[in-house]
Design a protein around this ligand. Structure first.
Ligand code: TRP
Length: 470
């Protein structure tokens, strides 16, 4: 059977934007920003999106389009080496860690959407009386498990439809809706009292705090930037493997990063004014911020139930358009490498995610391990090793693939790009990883050391490669 491709270029871009825009922009961004001091964090984050994100996206696209295979098969085919195949295999593990907690958070979102919508129809709003206690009760345990399975089932339903009739169709419908509704919500939030204080916290680029903080925010800012762009796990390799004819990869990567950042800023324009509108302290919100502070703010505002329904509906769509990219990765591996049909591949992957996600739903420490400790480090180290591959192992072929379909101007960027992804970015990412060791001394030390050793091993593999131009 021939491998599926995207029907249109816009379809591919929107699918990738759908992967990028998600809980990272709406749920994760506000609390990670607040935890790391606001504006200084924001600047470093934007810097990483531009300097690491865009060239990194091109790197994943180059490999995916060149190999026309899932990450495992792609690294094997392009390197002919077992060690690099194993590196591709790590992406499956990363996707597992990702979707396991993502699906739990997606489940929380669905629950809040359902409850807000039911209240709109006349019922009581269960989280209104005491949002903190309510969230504490439903965020872990059987409740969380049930909604995790529901969210996973929705994800599976889209992926089951295949590349064109599932993912592409789904995201081309979902993304414009998400965008339009976020604009409406931001406009509504602007009319709330206290909005100005929210903007001030969010948008004051305070260079003085940046000077004292830059190293302490580097690791979380880089982690957040990679997370929001879906980089370092191989999902963008997978999506680019469905590209048919050659189009400009740098232009597509720039477009995707730009649209993702726009949505991120928009989401901030919704979330921060609300956090401030009722004097909620953004200082120590944690993963519950959206569900405690924001949900608490909604219920005290006029038309709050309606706005809450729209808000959680939008976030649910954004989350779904991302989770499908995580599920598609192991599905592509099973289809390409083992020859399973899509139905079986989806069923098998979903069964695994159902179990690992259940662990995160039932045990808050597993959730924290996945969502906080592991994910940033896996993405940062994963991208560093992957970019070594692009720069040194793919080498000349990466240049050719970069130029294919690119305009004359972009084509001239190919060589500088290869030096950036092959040398500068891996060094930067390793440095970032190491600055993060002290941040989370309880649990962060050994994972970081292990990953750093992995990167050094990859470097040895990389420099011996015959096709390297570096
Ligand atoms: N980018 C998505 C978000 O912001 C999440 C996501 C999807 C992701 N695929 C990924 C994150 C791959 C890291 C790697 O919600």
């Amino acid at each position: 059977m021939t491998r599926e491709t995207w029907a249109t270029r816009v379809g591919f871009v929107l699918a990738a934007v759908g992967s990028a825009v998600g809980l990272g922009n709406v749920w994760r961004f506000p609390w990670v920003t607040a935890e790391n001091g606001g504006s200084a964090f924001l600047l470093v984050y934007l810097f990483v999106v531009l300097v690491v994100g865009v060239p990194g996206l091109v790197g994943e696209f180059v490999v995916g389009r060149r190999a026309k295979r899932n990450p495992v098969g792609a690294l094997r085919d392009l390197s002919g080496s077992r060690a690099w195949t194993a590196v591709g295999g790590v992406s499956v593990v990363t996707a597992l860690v990702l979707l396991s907690f993502y699906s739990v958070v997606g489940g929380w979102i669905i629950r809040y959407f359902v409850e807000s919508a039911l209240a709109l129809a006349g019922g009581p709003l269960p989280y209104a009386a005491n949002p903190g206690a309510y969230f504490g009760g439903v965020s872990t345990g059987v409740d969380a498990l049930a909604y995790h399975l529901l969210f996973l089932a929705l994800t599976g339903a889209v992926v089951l439809g295949g590349v064109r009739r599932g993912i592409e169709l789904g995201t081309t419908v979902m993304m414009p809706v998400v965008f339009a509704l976020l604009v409406a919500l931001a406009a509504w939030a602007a009319t709330q009292p206290g909005a100005t204080a929210g903007y001030a916290f969010y948008l004051s680029f305070d260079l003085a705090t940046l000077r004292t903080n830059v190293f302490s925010v580097l690791a979380p800012a880089a982690g957040q930037a990679l997370f929001t762009l879906s980089l370092g796990a191989g999902t963008m390799i997978t999506y680019a493997s469905y590209l048919g004819e050659d189009r400009s990869l740098p232009v597509d990567a720039g477009t995707i990063a730009l649209l993702n950042t726009l949505v991120g800023v928009l989401a901030g324009l919704v979330v921060f004014p609300l956090l401030f509108s009722l004097g909620v302290d953004p200082g120590s919100p944690g993963p519950g911020a959206l569900f405690v502070s924001i949900a608490g703010a909604f219920v005290r505002l006029p038309a709050g139930t309606l706005v809450a329904s729209v808000f959680f509906g939008v976030v649910a769509l954004a989350a779904l358009s991302s989770s499908i990219s995580m599920l598609e990765l192991p599905v592509a591996v099973l289809v390409d490498e083992i020859g399973l049909d899509r139905r079986r591949a989806v069923a098998l992957s979903m069964s695994v995610f159902a179990v690992t996600g259940a662990a995160a739903a039932l045990d808050a420490s597993v959730f924290e391990l996945f969502a906080v400790t592991l994910v940033d480090r896996l993405l940062t180290a994963g991208l560093a090793v992957f970019l070594l591959f692009v720069g040194w192992v793919l080498g000349r072929d990466a240049l050719a693939e970069f130029r294919a379909g690119a305009g004359p101007l972009a084509a001239r960027l190919a060589t500088p790009w290869l030096y950036v992804v092959g040398v500068v970015l891996p060094l930067f990412l390793v440095f970032t990883l190491l600055t993060g060791v002290g941040l989370d001394a309880r649990v962060g030390f050994w994972p970081t050391v292990t990953l750093a050793v992995g990167i050094v091993l990859a470097l040895f593999l990389a420099v011996r490669s015959p096709r390297s131009v570096l």
